[in-house]
Design a protein around this ligand. Structure first.
Ligand SMILES: [Cu+2]
Length: 119
C-alpha cells in the first residue's frame, strides 16, 4: 500500500518536472500570459487574402500561406515588409512589434489587398 503511493507520487513529480521543462523550453507556452495572440495565419487562396483584415495583439507573428497554384508576393504598402515570391504551400511570416494598421498587397497582383490591425 505504502509502496504504491510512493510510485504514484514520484511519477506525478516526474510529470510535473517534464511540464515545467516544456514551458521553459517552449517560448510560445512561456510567453502566453504576456502576449495574447502570438500567432495568426492569413490564407492566400483564389487571389484573395483570408481574412482580408486580421486583428492581432502586439508582438504577434502573422504567417501568410499561399494555397494558390501561382506565386504571390506579400508586400506592405509602406515597405516595412516584403516576401519573396511564394509558390504553392510556401509561407512567409512577419512579427508586428508596434500597434497600428498595416496595409499590404501582392506586388504581382496589386488588386489583391489586405490589412493587419495590430493593437
Ligand atoms: Cu498575387
Amino acid at each position: 500500500m505504502k509502496k504504491t503511493w510512493l510510485i504514484a507520487g514520484s511519477s506525478l513529480f516526474i510529470a510535473m518536472a517534464i511540464a515545467a521543462l516544456l514551458v521553459m523550453v517552449h517560448p510560445t507556452l512561456a510567453g502566453g500570459a504576456e502576449t495574447k495572440g502570438s500567432g495568426a495565419e492569413v490564407k492566400v487562396d483564389n487571389f484573395t487574402f483570408g481574412p482580408d483584415t486580421l486583428t492581432v495583439a502586439v508582438n504577434s507573428t502573422v504567417t501568410w500561406l499561399n494555397k494558390d497554384d501561382i506565386p504571390h508576393v506579400i508586400a506592405s504598402n509602406d515597405g516595412l515588409f516584403k516576401s519573396k515570391a511564394l509558390d504553392t504551400d510556401q509561407e512567409y511570416s512577419y512579427t508586428f512589434t508596434k500597434a497600428g494598421t498595416y496595409a499590404y498587397y501582392c506586388s504581382i497582383h496589386p488588386k489583391m489587398v489586405g490589412k493587419i490591425v495590430v493593437q
